[in-house]
Design a protein around this ligand. Structure first.
Ligand SMILES: *Cc1c(COP(=O)(O)O)cnc(C)c1O
Length: 247
C-alpha cells in the first residue's frame, strides 16, 4: 500500500517540476528540503525510503533527539532552519551541513567561537525578514548587506546565500513580493563581490507558496505540512519565541 507521505511527495515533486517548466528552469536547480519539526520518525523513514535525503529541523533539542536514530541512512543531510539561540550553537554545529537562519552578528560570533574550538567551518545563509512581520525572525532587508559584510569577517563561516519566510496567509502577490525582494538582495550583494561570500542559494517557499518561490528563483524550498500532514503545534511555537530570552 502506498503511504500518504509517498503520495504527497509525488504530488509535490510534480508541482515543483511544473513550476520550473513554467519559467524555463531545470528541475535540478531546485532542491526539496523536508521540514520535520514535530514529525514522528516513522514518517521520516517513509520519506527516506522514497528517496528524500534533505531534512531541516527547527529546534536544537529535536535535532539532537532525531539525529542518532537517523544515522543508519548515511546519505541523509540535515539543515537547521529554525531560530537559533546562541547557547544552542554547539548542538547544532555537530549535526548540520547548512544553517539557514543566521540573522544577527552575535549569532555569527557564537558560531565562529564554537567552530574555532572544533576546528571546523560551516555553511550558512542569512535570514531576511522580507515580510516585515514582527512575529518572525530575520534581519531587515535594509540591513542585510551590512550583516553579510560583518559575517564575512569570520573565516569559519561560508556565506552561501539568503533565506526568507514569505508573508503567510497573504495574497499570492504579497508573497511573491517577499521572494522578489530576496532575489533583489541576492543580486545587490553579489554585485559587491565581497571576498568569500557566495550568493548561489535562495531558500524560500513553503507548503503554501513554494510554486511562487520557484517562479521567483528559489533554489531550496522547505516543505513540511504538504508532505507530512498537519502539525500538532502551531507555528507560533517555533516562530514567536519570547525575544526577551533571546540573546
Ligand atoms: C515549518 C517550517 C517550514 C515548512 O512549513 P510548511 O508550511 O509546513 O511547509 C519551512 N520553513 C521553516 C523555517 C519552518 O519553520
Amino acid at each position: 500500500m502506498v503511504h500518504l507521505v509517498e503520495e504527497n511527495l509525488t504530488t509535490v515533486r510534480k508541482q515543483m517540476e511544473l513550476a520550473c517548466q513554467a519559467v524555463g528552469r531545470q528541475k535540478e536547480e531546485v532542491k526539496l528540503l523536508l521540514a520535520t519539526k514535530t514529525v514522528p520518525l516513522e514518517k521520516l523513514n517513509i520519506a527516506m525510503e522514497a528517496g528524500e535525503m534533505l531534512f531541516g529541523e527547527n529546534k536544537a533539542q529535536e535535532l539532537r533527539d532525531k539525529f542518532p536514530l537517523m544515522e543508519q541512512h548515511n546519505q541523509v543531510e540535515w539543515h537547521f532552519i529554525g531560530h537559533l539561540q546562541t547557547n544552542k550553537v554547539k548542538y547544532v554545529v555537530k549535526y548540520v551541513t547548512l544553517i539557514h537562519s543566521v540573522d544577527r552578528l552575535k549569532l555569527g560570533q557564537a558560531l565562529h567561537n564554537q567552530l574555532v574550538k572544533e576546528n571546523k567551518t560551516m555553511d550558512i545563509l542569512v535570514q531576511v525578514n522580507t515580510s516585515r512581520e514582527t512575529s518572525k525572525f530575520g534581519i531587515s532587508p535594509e540591513l542585510a548587506l551590512e550583516l553579510v559584510e560583518q559575517l564575512s569577517q569570520f573565516e569559519t563561516l561560508n556565506i552561501k546565500g539568503l533565506m526568507t519566510i514569505g508573508k503567510l496567509n497573504a495574497t499570492n502577490n504579497e508573497t511573491r513580493h517577499c521572494f522578489q525582494l530576496l532575489k533583489q538582495l541576492q543580486t545587490q550583494i553579489r554585485a559587491k563581490e565581497i571576498p568569500r561570500v557566495e550568493m548561489d542559494i535562495l531558500s524560500m517557499g513553503m507548503s503554501g507558496d513554494f510554486t511562487v518561490a520557484i517562479e521567483e528563483g528559489a533554489t531550496i524550498i522547505r516543505v513540511g505540512t504538504k508532505v507530512f500532514g498537519q502539525r500538532y503545534l502551531p507555528d507560533e511555537y517555533y516562530w514567536n519565541e519570547n525575544k526577551l530570552h533571546d540573546d
